[in-house]
Design a protein around this ligand. Structure first.
Ligand SMILES: CC(=O)N[C@H]1[C@@H](OP(=O)(O)OP(=O)(O)OC[C@H]2O[C@@H](n3ccc(=O)[nH]c3=O)[C@H](O)[C@@H]2O)O[C@H](CO)[C@@H](O)[C@@H]1O[C@H](C)C(=O)N[C@@H](C)C(=O)N[C@@H](CCC(=O)O)C(=O)O
Ligand code: ATP
Length: 462
């Protein structure tokens, strides 16, 4: 199929001439060290948008003038741009005044292609390999090195994963500063329980972009939030002196949801090992190797993280993995909605490793006893449909956990466990489910945790 025909065949909602004539414009960002405010400007289809980041006060203006900070501010402008780009998803992206090396161009294309993979798949938009990026070329490979203090910034998401990192770092004797963008609900509750001073950034998206999203003529969809939060963390690292950003992304996040347009589209792409490798290289390149970025939990499956989480009870009534808590407009419902695939998945992986009454007291109900969720659990375990577009673990992981419960007297009679038991055995067979569970509890060597830290962590995670 020709280039034009390929676009034509798959862009059903947008007229071909319109896409070809549109350009997404990214303006040079501005940063004011006295107020700690960064402003990012975008243009699309005759409209201008502005996104604002507000950092803590007390910034040394010299730090914001370093080549490395200027470079990362530019890259952040580009990464934050995905929210505005997605309104029309044109093929051309024009970047003004932000020079890029070849490696940075590849990174940007990766964010705009694979980072938006779910968005393209769900809107049936053919964009992979077709985006045209116009940006000034950076004269040299990278700015000079910056000096950063030997300190760790730990992004906190309010869920179990970053709390497992908290406990592993504490056990290994590594000090850290909790970090969050737009902290609310469970994030604030977790940071209070962690009991360390935190670093917070306020992020304000352009209200007009939010209003237009999904209106006639405008697309809406998922954006790579971990890429966005990571770039904001990197700016904080340079402004406040941290040489290490430690993520809490599990190995299960590397599994995609569907194959679309010849590629795997992954809801959690910017939590994957592939993205971690790319962003770590870009951050190191921009800082002369001073800033490192890795996920402490990469060796672990979600099932293994659940087992590590269950060892500590102090977060039981403050944490939540339910994404309804993190809507921009806020959320005044319970910590766990109990209705979404993420609630179902987290309940399922905690059940084999937690006392039943403890788990039920966290969720305030027994989700495995509620028959109305059967379809959702069937999707999670691969008995129906596709892996949900949510932050859930691998299909076989969910199936193996459910199978474990069929052998536990306290769970075996619950409606979902009883309803899925025979279908799981018929679909996978017991040897596959048992082997999957053994493999899920075996730590993967495929990670970027520095060797010395990995060895210390492994001792505590035994
Ligand atoms: C909280 C949440 O899950 N939001 C997703 C949801 O958006 P919704 O409309 O229900 O609420 P809001 O988040 O308040 O969004 C309002 C509108 O604003 C747009 N928007 C939001 C944030 C942003 O950075 N850019 C934006 O343009 C949004 O599109 C709405 O129009 O559904 C959206 C569409 O599918 C999702 O894009 C929202 O997801 C948020 C961006 C988000 O922060 N999600 C994380 C909780 C999340 O999914 N994390 C993944 C990791 C993904 C990754 O690759 O890093 C995970 O934990 O696995
Ligand atoms: N608002 C935020 N600010 C900063 N970092 C965040 C924010 N939300 C999520 N993160 C980080 O992004 C990564 C992915 O978030 P994710 O939601 O998977 O983790 P979590 O909330 O710790 O655990 P769970 O999977 O149980 O929700 C984690 O490293 C998390 O700490």
């Amino acid at each position: 199929m020709s280039y034009i025909a390929g676009i034509n065949a798959a862009t059903q909602r947008t007229d071909l001439n319109e896409i070809l004539s549109q350009i997404f414009h990214i303006a040079p960002p501005q940063f004011d060290p006295t107020t700690g405010t960064a402003r990012f400007g975008y243009g699309l289809d005759g409209r201008l948008f502005t996104e604002i980041l507000e950092f803590p006060r007390g910034i040394d203006p010299e730090k914001s003038r370093s080549d490395a900070f200027v470079k990362l501010l530019g890259l952040t402008a580009i990464v934050l741009g995905v929210s505005y780009f997605k309104l029309k998803a044109p093929l051309a992206i024009e970047i003004e005044g932000i020079p890029l090396t070849a490696a940075e161009r590849d990174f940007v294309i990766d964010v705009y292609e694979n980072g938006l993979g779910e968005f393209y798949a769900r809107n049936n938009l053919i964009r992979f390999g077709r985006l045209v990026l116009e940006a000034p070329e950076a004269p040299g490979p990278a700015p000079g090195a910056v000096t950063l203090e030997d300190r760790t910034l730990l992004p906190i998401g309010g869920g179990k994963d970053s709390l497992v990192s908290v406990e592993l770092l504490k056990a290994a004797g590594v000090d850290f500063t909790p970090f969050a963008v737009n902290p609310k609900g469970p994030i604030l509750g977790c940071v209070e329980a962690i009991d360390k001073p935190a670093l917070y950034v306020r992020r304000t998206l352009d209200a007009e972009m939010i209003r237009l999203s999904g209106q006639p003529g405008f697309y809406n969809g998922h954006v790579p939030s971990t890429a966005i939060n990571s770039m904001i963390a990197a700016l904080c690292a340079l402004l406040f002196g941290y040489n290490r950003i430690v993520l809490s992304n599990e190995r299960s996040a590397s599994e995609g949801n569907v194959v679309f347009d010849g590629r795997e589209a992954n809801h959690q792409y910017s939590k994957s090992l592939e993205f971690e490798t790319r962003i770590a290289a870009v951050l190191a390149g921009a800082t002369g190797g001073a800033l490192t970025y890795f996920s402490l939990l990469r060796p672990y499956s979600e099932a293994r993280i659940a087992e590590l989480f269950a060892r500590e009870t102090r977060y039981d009534h403050v944490f939540s993995s339910c994404n309804r808590n993190f809507r921009l407009s806020g959320h005044d419902g319970p910590l766990w909605c109990g209705e979404c695939p993420k609630c179902h998945f987290v309940f399922l992986i905690l059940a084999p490793v937690m006392q039943k009454d403890r788990l039920v007291s966290i969720f305030k109900r027994n989700l495995l006893a509620e028959r109305q969720h059967e379809a959702s659990f069937r999707e999670l375990t691969g008995l129906a449909g596709q892996k949900p577009w949510e932050c859930v673990g691998e299909i076989l992981e969910a199936a193996a956990c459910l199978h474990v419960l069929t052998g536990r007297p306290e769970w075996a009679g619950d409606a979902i466990v009883a309803a899925l038991r025979d279908d799981l055995l018929a679909q996978y067979g017991e040897p596959v489910l048992l082997e999957a569970m053994r493999e899920l509890m075996t730590d993967s060597p495929d990670h970027h945790v520095p060797a010395e830290l990995a060895a210390r962590i492994a001792t505590h995670a035994l």
